[in-house]
Structure formats: structure tokens, C-alpha cells
Design a protein around this ligand. Structure first.
Ligand code: SF4
Ligand code: SF4
Length: 426
């Protein structure tokens, strides 16, 4: 039996606790100076924490705090509530549920707080506490339908069709009929809502001569179940994915979604090589197997593109502990390889990127907050003079496209995946 299988069975059925994080929860049997010092730096209302490894005075930081403006919706307060619950001073109830699930799991507080480190992220404490809330209260109201959809149809959209439908008529090889070690994992948003991203990825990879296939029906990555609190549901999906990869002899999984990439890499990196598509494309460009041309802009004009770092590439990136690794250069390398492109940068980029308001189940649970955050990002992108806002995860692209279409005075901006932009120049 593999490590992954035994891990899944070992935890199955056990009650979730915060015991793993007791060092950070003012536990009475450890040093009393652990835990949040309430400095306020993580939500932009306090002095820089002198323990932080880089001074950061960003005005907006935590998604729910920026939206609501109350300390209740801040990393510091989430930590305080988890601590009180750990010590039996605060029961889980609807208020606690509504407060904790407002965390977008964007991971910015993990970058800022200099207190917590080593084997824990702040957002992981909040996520684990959410498992406990889910076990007691069931799903948050806005998460009921998405969770039901994932369990019934295998995708958050509730679409009853194979994930490979986007590839119909394109001659993309299906893994069960074709022996290959590399699988393209499109994910639910590219498969059903933004098929051009999946088609572009397939076109670009084919142009490189790489041998790859897709599953006729992918197993959901479990990202949304995990962030929505259904830990056991997510574990089941990880086990199913593991078994499917093993059954077909898959060695390399190439993800279009940064969220899928983060979860699968964090769970499986010891067994399979999990890559984000931009990592693979940057390598193929660097080795000369993919060459972008000026084809679309033969008149010499250059499109102005601003790149937004998704939280799950810039801060989480499949790592198990904070600040372990990041995918920052590869998406930029792909864009910079296109001669007809002028790459612009947002003020909040790389490690300090803003969440687009899609992550962590907030799009489904707190749609107004999610919409507000995406609008701010779109305004930021427009202010750079860009014609195209480039993303590297269909989850975020879908959210931005939806918000853009609802904005009263629609900005002159298109939202595209890095892979789509590259695909146009091949
Ligand atoms: S969580 Fe960290 S950065 Fe935020 S208030 Fe507490 S100590 Fe300061
Ligand atoms: S992970 Fe992001 S949204 Fe959640 S508490 Fe930290 S900064 Fe706020």
C-alpha cells in the first residue's frame, strides 16, 4: 500500500482538531509567548511586525477585512476565535461560521505575519478550524449547492458531461486508449466554462511535439471541497485521483488551474510530478520546442498585457509550509517569449499579489465581497494602460470575466489566460 493510500485511511473517520497548531494557540503547556501579538500588520492597521522578513506596508491586505472594515474579519481575529475555541472559551455557532468562512484563503497573511512559521500557515489554522465548523454545522449556506454538485457531477457547476467534451473533434488522445506518462489536467472551469483555455493548451503542447493525453473524465481535484470545509470529501477525491494516476501509469500531471495544481502537488508531489502549465511551457520555450511568432501582429503593433499573479501560484504553489516555493517567473517568461507583446506589471504583484476574490469559496459564499474585490483588481489593471489582463488560472479568469460583464461602465479590457495568449501566436 502506498503512503498516500495509508494516509487517507489513517485519518478517515477521525474528528478534526486544532491540536496540530497548539503551539500557535497559546496552549498552556508551551511557551506563553506563542500566538498572535495583535500587531495589526496583517490587515494593514498596525505597525510592521519586526519579525517579518520583508517590510510591507500595503494598504489593502486581507480580503474580508478590506471589504467589511471590522477587525472581526481579520487574520488576527480568526486566530483569536480559533484560540478561544481550542481552550473551550467559544463555541462554534453561526456567527463563528460566517466569520471564518469569509477568509479567502489567499495566503497574504502568511507572508506578512512574522510570528507563525515552520510547519504552519495562518490560513491552514483557519482552514482546519473550518473543517471543525463544517463537522458541527454542515456547509455554509452558499456552499450547499456547489458541494452537492461536486459530489453528484464531479464539478462545481453541476454539469452532467465528461470533462473531455472540450476536446471533441480535436484529435486529443484519451489516456485509456493511449499509453502516455503525461496527462493534461484541465480542471472544471477550463473543461466546462472556458474551453478555449484547454484548447489553447492542447494546441501549444501539440506544437511542441510532446506526447500527452487527457482523461475522458477527470476526477475533481478536491480544492473546493477542502476550502469549503468538507475535508473527508476532499480526501476521497485525492484517493480517487491517486488511484487513477497509478492505474494508467501517469508520471506527470500538467494543471491549467493554479488551485488544482496547489492541491494535487501538495498531496502527491512525492509520487507524481505535478506541474502548472506555465512551468512546462516556460521549459519548452527555453529549450526551443515552442516558438512564438508575430503572426497575429504582422503590422508591428504590440498588445499591452498586464499579468496578475494568482494567489495559488505566487504564495501557495503546492507547498506544505509557508514561503516554500512560488511560480512567479514562468508565466512572465511565457508572455515575454511573444514578440508582439508588451508586458506590464500591477503595483501588487508577485509575493504581494492581491486576491481576485475567487479563492477559498468566497465567490460562492460571499458573492458581493468577491465581486467587489474583482472590480478593484480590474480597475487596477485598467490603470496600467493594458488591453489584456492575463491570468494563469481559469478559476480566476472565469470570475473576472463574469464581474467584468456586470460592471456598469465596462472597461476596455479583455481577460485571457497566458496559454490563450501564447496559443494565438503559435
Ligand atoms: S496574525 Fe500576525 S501579523 Fe496579524 S495581528 Fe497577529 S501577530 Fe500581527
Ligand atoms: S488567507 Fe487571505 S483572506 Fe484569509 S485571513 Fe489571510 S489575508 Fe485574510
Amino acid at each position: 500500500m502506498t503512503a498516500q493510500q495509508s494516509n487517507v485511511q489513517e485519518v478517515k473517520g477521525k474528528v478534526t482538531t486544532l491540536e496540530k497548531y497548539k503551539r500557535w494557540l497559546y496552549a498552556s503547556d508551551i511557551h506563553p509567548s506563542s500566538g498572535c501579538t495583535a500587531c495589526g500588520n496583517c490587515y494593514g492597521r498596525g505597525p510592521a511586525n519586526w519579525l517579518a522578513d520583508e517590510h510591507n506596508t500595503a494598504d489593502w491586505k486581507c480580503v474580508p477585512f478590506d471589504y467589511y472594515g471590522w477587525r472581526r474579519y481579520s487574520p488576527s481575529a480568526f486566530w483569536e476565535i480559533a484560540t478561544k475555541n481550542y481552550h473551550g472559551l467559544m463555541e462554534i455557532d453561526e456567527d463563528v461560521q460566517e466569520t471564518l468562512f469569509s477568509c479567502a484563503q489567499c495566503g497574504l497573511c502568511n507572508e506578512i505575519c512574522g510570528v507563525i512559521d515552520r510547519d504552519a500557515r495562518l490560513s491552514d489554522i483557519f482552514k482546519t478550524f473550518r473543517f471543525m465548523i463544517y463537522e458541527k454545522m454542515g456547509p455554509l449556506k452558499g456552499h450547499e449547492k456547489p458541494i452537492e454538485n461536486i459530489k453528484k457531477y464531479g464539478n462545481i457547476h453541476g454539469i452532467d458531461a465528461p470533462t473531455s467534451a472540450w476536446a471533441s473533434g480535436l484529435g486529443v488522445k484519451i489516456v485509456k486508449d493511449h499509453n502516455t506518462e503525461t496527462v493534461l489536467f484541465a480542471g472544471e472551469d477550463a473543461s466546462y466554462k472556458l474551453p478555449n483555455v484547454a484548447k489553447s493548451a492542447s494546441k501549444v503542447l501539440k506544437s511542441s511535439g510532446l506526447d500527452f493525453g487527457i482523461f475522458e473524465n477527470e476526477i475533481n481535484s478536491g480544492y473546493y471541497l477542502e476550502v469549503m470545509g468538507d475535508r473527508w470529501g476532499a480526501e476521497e477525491l485525492w484517493k480517487k485521483n491517486f488511484d487513477l494516476f497509478k492505474k494508467h501509469g501517469i508520471k506527470k500531471v500538467v494543471c491549467l488551474s493554479a488551485q488544482d495544481y496547489h492541491v494535487l502537488r501538495r498531496e502527491f508531489d512525492a509520487e507524481f510530478e505535478i506541474l502548472h502549465i506555465t512551468e512546462l511551457l516556460a521549459a519548452l520555450i527555453s529549450s526551443g520546442r515552442i516558438k512564438a511568432s508575430n503572426k497575429k501582429f504582422a503590422d508591428g503593433s504590440r498588445m499591452r498585457v498586464v499579468y496578475h499573479d494568482p494567489c495559488y501560484l505566487a504564495r501557495q504553489a503546492g507547498s506544505k509550509s509557508p514561503r516554500e516555493r512560488r511560480v512567479l517567473e514562468q508565466p512572465r517568461a511565457v508572455l515575454n517569449a511573444i514578440p508582439a507583446l508588451e508586458l506590464l506589471e500591477l503595483g501588487k504583484k508577485g509575493r504581494w499579489t492581491w486576491c481576485a476574490g475567487e479563492c477559498g469559496g468566497v465567490k460562492q459564499g460571499y458573492p458581493e465581497m468577491a465581486h467587489w474585490r474583482a472590480e478593484r483588481l480590474i480597475e487596477d489593471a485598467v490603470s496600467t494602460g493594458a488591453e489584456i489582463l492575463a491570468t494563469a488560472t481559469p478559476n480566476e479568469q472565469l470570475h473576472l470575466v463574469e464581474v467584468l460583464s456586470k460592471m456598469g461602465k465596462k472597461p476596455n479590457l479583455e481577460v485571457m489566460d497566458v496559454v490563450e495568449i501564447l496559443g494565438q501566436s503559435i
